[in-house]
Design a protein around this ligand. Structure first.
Ligand SMILES: [Zn+2]
Length: 317
């Protein structure tokens, strides 16, 4: 999605109940709601401040529109998945409060990979809560490297969390009665931790999965790693019922319905008793894996033929 696409005012979206601050903008022509957060509205800070919402008994969405932040409630405190980045970290903290929790009760911050849009708020939220910050060794190295480099336009380096908890494949993060099992699924980064856990819909359990790095990147080497990760997911995790995605625009629902978070979030608001939960979507997860596999095979071919740069591809940030 082009970052330079003109902002188009779509009055119709106002009717959908957009927050007041966002009423000056909406998706551009051809964009889904989710795509607008990465595309035409990517720099519109007020627009990015989507209202937080409860998704399952123990899972809340507390992120901005572009980069996901998830909050897991346990019997012994909170677990935050990713943190977004400035200037939206206070929005994340406020969102935790709005869904009824004290951010000081965040005990763990799990980082899905060492890119700034995911870890940028970790130091601030760690300072506020005393939470332990966890990711794989490979992504700690990325985070620490980012903390030594000037930001865009000569800005000072981003604040980075202190190396705290280094996870490995198979490690289980336990808090209260909640367990998240860690997997190493590289390709987007050399680490890209992923976690399986259980969500509950009015007490009924569903198998949820957070894929930490859901976009191919870094040429033939990264693409090949990513392809192996996708094939492992197809083999071992085809039974996932709830894909907990790290970006809203990932399409576990087919276009034009689009989007992995915001569109099913709207459906959830209108859900009537007895209707299925819109985030329980095994078919969408399996279809997404098929599309990712085919796209990655093409990505590797393109990388081998020199048609993309080192970063290239349809990688997310
Ligand atoms: Zn990334």
């Amino acid at each position: 999605m082009s970052m330079t696409r003109a902002v188009v005012v779509v009055a119709g979206w106002l009717l959908a109940g957009a927050p007041l601050a966002a009423q000056t903008a909406g998706p551009a022509a051809g964009e889904t709601l989710s795509q607008s957060y990465r595309g035409s509205q990517s720099r519109n800070v007020e627009y990015q401040k989507v209202a937080p919402f409860k998704v399952f008994d123990n899972l809340y969405y507390v992120g901005p529109g572009n980069v996901a932040v998830w909050l897991i409630e346990t019997t012994d405190g909170l677990i935050l998945i990713d943190t977004a980045q400035e200037p939206l970290v206070d929005h994340v903290i406020d969102s935790v409060r709005k869904v009824g929790f004290d951010p000081k009760n965040i005990r763990y911050i799990l980082l899905t990979h060492g890119h700034l849009d995911h870890f940028g708020g970790a130091a601030k939220i760690q300072a506020l809560s005393g939470a332990r910050v966890a990711t794989l060794e490979e992504d700690w190295q990325l985070i620490e490297a980012a903390g030594k480099q000037a930001g865009r336009g000569g800005q000072p380096p981003p604040a980075v969390p202190k190396r705290d908890l280094v996870l490995e494949e198979g490690d289980v993060v336990r808090l209260g009665k909640t367990e998240l099992r860690t997997y190493h699924l590289p390709g987007h980064t050399a680490g890209s931790p992923s976690w399986s856990f259980t969500v509950f819909d009015n007490g009924r359990p569903h198998k949820a999965f957070i894929f930490g790095g859901p976009g191919q990147r870094n040429g033939v080497e990264g693409g090949t790693q990513f392809l192996n990760s996708i094939r492992r997911l197809k083999k071992e995790f085809s039974d996932v019922e709830v894909p907990v995605h790290v970006h809203s625009y990932l399409n576990t629902y087919p276009v034009p319905e689009g989007g992995a978070i915001l569109e099913p979030g709207l459906k959830l608001k209108d859900r009537r008793p007895g209707q299925s939960h819109p985030f329980v979507n095994n078919a969408g997860w399996r279809a997404w894996l098929d599309v990712a596999e085919a796209g990655t095979i093409k990505y590797i071919e393109d990388a081998k033929a020199g048609r993309i740069g080192g970063r290239g591809g349809n990688a997310e940030n």
